[in-house]
Design a protein around this ligand. Structure first.
Ligand SMILES: *[C@@H]1O[C@H](CO)[C@@H](O)[C@H](O)[C@H]1NC(C)=O
Ligand SMILES: *[C@@H]1O[C@H](CO)[C@@H](O)[C@H](O)[C@H]1NC(C)=O
Length: 370
């Protein structure tokens, strides 16, 4: 202030011409300062290193009209995300909390009743001799098919199915933008097709518990700062992860993915899965789906390593999954314990569930199921 405005005392002594020039100088100075701010605003501060994740460094982030922008919308680039859930529990409440934290919209349709006679009959469809399909697995299998039928009946063009104990990284939307870029690259989707992932697939398998990959596997690799180190990856697929460059994820055709934590379907893919998996004849739904992919009955794309995995309450609390419980492993302890004691999620570095419920990360150190 003092330097810019002449004090009242000196004011009288300054000739009129000099005063006007001072005024003009001030306007020039202000103009230059404003211009500098405008340039910095438009082009960014040049000396700052890029600290944004890979997904956000490219243009189109959050521009919903681009494929990668649509891939990071509230339904992750699909028309809907449908959760398979038997009803309100720690599973669904945690899922909705994680979804809210990630600004992801998940719909939990009411599950239609399935009789135990139907489940029992299904256990024997397509099986010669003794069924290898336990009751709980058959129940879960039929529930997946029911949810797919709901998607088909709703006329959805693409939809994703998640199991209600699924978990993902807090940066799932950024991951999906990268997955969109690379699925489109892998499938050579043309510019005229603006869909986030193209349409030439039946199943896009995002949440699984392991997949084969090798240096010879046709795949598109890309850097993703959310990928766990191979040394930190749990499950039988850790040896395959070592065949990817550290910090990379890959898009490839499915070879051997298992666990149906989260997968997307195109409308035609949904019909093909109903046709294939409706024939029964395996020990579990995810195995049947994997076989469909492997035997080229279904056109499946996998993301390796997975970006979704199930969250499990602490084993110390005596936790068994719903399917395990129904298969005779015994019931789980009271619900409330699961909601006040933090569990863990494999292979997800920044679990959305643990962030929102316990303000923590909760990477599982080792697998404690099969
Ligand atoms: C997200 O993007 C997909 C693909 O463009 C679109 O079908 C879906 O309606 C979008 N979701 C929302 C909530 O706008
Ligand atoms: C791997 O695990 C160690 C120890 O739990 C942890 O400090 C590190 O951040 C993890 N790194 C990655 C990339 O997952």
């Amino acid at each position: 202030m003092l330097g810019v405005f002449p004090s009242q005392k000196s004011f009288d002594k300054v000739p009129a011409m000099a005063l006007r020039r001072k005024g003009q100088d001030r306007i020039k100075l202000l103009t230059v300062i404003t211009l500098i701010f405008v340039v910095l605003y438009l082009y960014g501060i040049p000396s700052l290193p890029p600290t944004r994740p890979e997904s956000r460094r490219k243009p189109g982030w959050q521009d919903r009209s681009t494929p990668r922008g649509a891939a990071s919308n509230s339904t992750l680039g699909f028309q809907k995300i449908l959760a398979l859930s038997k009803g309100p529990s720690w599973r669904s409440r945690g899922l909705l909390a994680a979804a809210g934290h990630s600004s992801v919209n998940v719909e939990i349709p009411r599950q239609p009743h399935i009789t135990s006679e139907m489940i029992d009959a299904f256990r024997h469809i397509g099986v010669k001799g003794e069924s290898q399909m336990p009751h709980g697995s058959a129940h879960a299998w039929l529930a997946h098919l029911d949810l797919i039928k709901y998607g088909v009946s709703s006329g959805l063009d693409t939809f994703m199915i998640v199991e209600d104990d699924v978990d993902w990284d807090v940066s799932v939307k950024g991951q999906m933008a990268l997955i969109s870029d690379n699925v489109r690259k892998f499938l050579e989707v043309t510019k005229s097709d603006s869909s986030p992932y193209g349409r030439s697939w039946d199943v896009l398998w995002l949440g699984h518990c392991g997949e084969h990959t090798d240096v010879d596997t046709p795949r598109v690799e890309f850097a993703d700062s959310t990928v766990p180190l191979a040394a930190n990856y749990t499950g039988w697929a850790d040896k395959y992860l070592k065949l990817l460059k550290p910090g990379n994820r890959a898009i490839q055709r499915a070879i051997n993915p298992v666990c149906s934590f989260g997968y997307a379907l195109t409308a035609h893919g949904a019909q093909r899965v109903l046709d294939w998996a409706g024939k029964g004849g395996s020990e579990a739904y995810d195995i049947k789906l994997m076989l469909g992919c492997k035997l080229n009955q279904l056109d499946c794309i996998t993301v390796t390593p997975e970006i979704m995995h199930h969250y499990t309450p602490s084993k110390a609390l005596g936790y068994h999954s719903l399917v395990q419980a129904e298969n005779g492993k015994g019931a789980s302890v009271a619900e409330e314990t699961y909601e006040t004691t933090m569990g863990a999620t494999e292979n997800i570095r920044q679990s959305a569930r643990c962030r929102v419920l316990f303000d923590s990360t909760c990477v599982k150190k080792q697998r404690d199921y099969f």
